[in-house]
Design a protein around this ligand. Structure first.
Ligand code: TPP
Length: 636
């Protein structure tokens, strides 16, 4: 069925195809995307939307000499199919298979990796400037979605482009969608350009010229008509004011027009922005009806698009449902998302409290400072941002929130390993990047009910707080109707005996692993205490001191990098106490973790009970000389 696609070993093969063959190639790619992602999951909608665009780009440009920089790069699957990875495409996002994003290590055609939004224009400009300095002739093309233009960085790049290079092509892929509907003034502005009927008319005429006559002369005439249209309608197009010549809007599914336009843009000696209109999910009915769902999803039925709903509420859903309750009782509670209403489940909150729900676009730094402003006026902003995307906001967290001790609550979804998306999306750094900031409290629930309690605790706390919780579902613990406040900085002692030799401090989702380690030890006749640490900051120093003085070894467990993480905090505190109790730490190494299934990756990197028991063994050969203390034993 995929005769043409099967024969594409590199972009050179694309250039040999006739127009009807290119159209056929587009159809075959769509079929491949729908069938493969039905098994692996992935970013179906965005990729279905850029099939023709990517084909035209590869028809005109020559990667890897020319460079494509894709924003987020979740829409690079078609590019992968055309750049020698067709045979492995069925492995995308599976362990050991192709990554779901551009990856420099994966192919010379992936000239720049990404996973977070808004970086394409800056990176492309950097490459263009490096090329100019070397006297190179290659082209640099940045492809960014309309939602990428809600990112501040995109404007920081636009502020610089025309000052630093004369040759850069920016393609604005406008499908009106972020993951949810794109929001804000920029989305409205793009919509105004696109929907102006006069402009449409002239644009159609321009398109017809190209079709009828073909070639550069016709294209020049067509462009003239468009430019005339623009100058009639727009005293200025924002991009032109910033020094990029604006072209478009073009139908992003019209291969011949795209090809001719790219041929033309290649000849330009000034930075240009091409505005193309595409349809997210094109060619798959279910994706056209459910844009949000098909942005990125797990396996589905390739005929109907049906997916298996999770058997129980996810952590994100428990978070959003609890926030509805908190907002019911506290009129100061507001919810903020940075373009992730679906992923954070805040789309469940929005219908209940429309006027206290804010989607600010892909703008995490702004989200945090906006929250700080609201908090300064007495509100309780709950800022729901994935752990990995909150990395963007470290300075606003320090400078705007914590320095002023404002009660902003960071609800860090996907805290811990994220799985199939890989290193750009694992939330493995938040303890490290937050722990050193004065004033902040860092909480990690062991289950869904404790998440609800922590949200309630944070609401009552008069200062900045962060709560991290894992992707997907938890142990399924029923959530109480009314949440309870947890004392700040107090751990929960889950088990404790007279002759404990090990104290296991487990954080968040790894509490069940802590209990498993204890059971294994018990099987060997060794008694141990298990503590649900609850707080990475402040630590429960009282509990820690008691055990540091009374056991042979402390074990810490965290779904986080070891460096600067929870175990590091425990080590520091043991040292502060002037004690020399050995601390064995389990967590992620100083290494970017590839994509894969969480259980398999944990196994591979030794984040398991078996690995913990093994690491404890040398410390249990002989009992340590203990100077038992007279502290009162902590209560269970
Ligand atoms: C910093 C950051 N925040 C949030 C996200 C999550 N995210 C991935 S794709 C996306 C929407 C992208 O929309 P757009 O750029 O218009 O591309 P499209 O998917 O519509 O093609 C978002 C919000 C991200 N990748 N990076």
């Amino acid at each position: 069925m995929s005769q043409i696609l099967d024969a594409i070993a590199s972009p050179a093969d694309v250039k040999q195809l006739s127009l009807p063959q290119l159209e056929q190639l587009a159809a075959e790619i769509r079929e491949e995307l729908i069938n493969v992602l039905a098994k692996t999951g992935g970013h179906l909608g965005p990729n279905l939307g850029v099939v023709e665009l990517t084909i035209a780009m590869h028809y005109v440009f020559n990667t890897p000499e020319d460079h494509f920089v894709f924003d987020v790069s979740h829409q690079a699957y078609v590019h992968k199919l055309l750049t020698g990875r067709r045979k492995e495409f069925h492995t995308i996002r599976t362990p050991g298979g192709l990554n779901g994003f551009m990856l420099r290590a994966e192919s010379p055609h992936d000239s720049y990796g990404a996973g977070h939004a808004g970086t394409a224009l800056s990176a492309a400009l950097g490459m263009a400037v490096a090329r100019d300095r070397a006297g190179g002739k290659e082209h640099v093309v940045a492809l960014a979605g309309d939602a990428a233009f809600t990112c501040g960085i995109a404007y920081e790049a636009l502020n610089n482009i025309a000052h630093h290079t004369r040759r850069l092509i920016v393609v604005l892929n406008d499908n009106e969608w972020s993951i949810d509907k794109n929001v804000g003034a920029i989305a409205s502005y793009l919509n105004t350009i696109v929907t102006n009927p006069r402009f449409d008319y002239l644009h159609d005429r321009a398109g017809r010229f190209v079709e009828m006559l073909g070639g550069k002369i016709a294209l020049r005439m067509a462009r003239k008509a468009e430019e005339a249209a623009k100058s009639i309608l727009w005293p200025s197009v924002i991009f032109e004011e910033l020094g990029l010549k604006y072209y478009g809007p073009l139908d992003g599914h019209d291969i011949p027009t795209l090809i001719k336009t790219f041929e033309f843009l290649k000849t330009q000696n000034r930075p240009v922005l091409l505005h193309v209109l595409t349809q997210k999910g094109k060619g798959f009915e279910p994706a056209l009806h459910k844009q949000k769902k098909f942005h990125g999803l797990g396996p589905y039925d390739p005929e109907t698009g049906e997916t298996k709903p999770p058997a129980q509420r996810t952590y994100s859903e428990v978070f959003a449902d609890t926030l509805v309750k908190l907002a019911n009782i506290n009129p100061r509670v507001v919810a903020i998302t940075a373009a992730m209403p679906n992923g954070t489940a805040l789309d469940r909150f929005q219908p209940h409290h429309r006027d206290r729900y804010f989607d600010v676009g892909i703008a995490e730094e702004h989200a945090v400072i906006f929250a700080a402003g609201m908090a300064a006026k007495g509100y309780k902003p709950f800022c729901a941002i994935y752990s990995t995307f909150l990395q963007r906001s470290v300075d606003p967290i320090i400078h705007d929130v914590c320095l002023q001790n404002l009660p902003v609550i960071f609800c860090m979804d996907r805290g811990g390993l994220s799985g199939d998306d890989g290193p750009t999306h694992h939330g493995l750094f938040d303890i490290s990047y937050l722990r050193g900031i004065p004033n902040i409290v860092h909480m990690d629930p062991k289950d869904e009910d404790e998440l609800a309690d922590m949200l309630f605790t944070a609401m009552q706390y008069d200062g900045p707080a962060a709560i991290r919780y894992p992707r997907g579902t938890g142990p399924g613990t029923p959530v109480k109707d009314v949440p309870r406040a947890i004392p700040i900085g107090k751990g929960e002692l889950l088990q404790h005996g007279e002759n404990d030799r090990v104290a296991i401090f487990a954080l968040g989702a790894l509490v069940p692993m802590g209990l498993e380690v204890a059971r294994n030890l018990e099987g060997e006749g060794i008694s141990s205490a298990v503590i649900n640490a609850r707080f990475a900051k402040p630590l429960d120093v009282e509990l820690l001191e008691f055990f540091a003085r009374n056991v042979d070894v402390i074990l810490t467990l965290e779904d986080h990098v070891l460096m600067g993480g929870f175990g590091s905090a425990v080590l520091e505190e043991v040292s502060n106490l002037g004690l020399s109790t050995p601390v064995v730490r389990i967590g992620w190494p100083d290494h970017f973790i590839e994509h894969g299934k969480p259980d398999a990756l944990r196994e591979k990197y030794g984040i398991s009970a078996a690995a913990a028991n093994e690491k404890l063994r040398p410390y249990l050969v002989q009992p340590r000389m203990l100077q038992r203390v007279t502290l009162p034993p902590p209560r269970l």
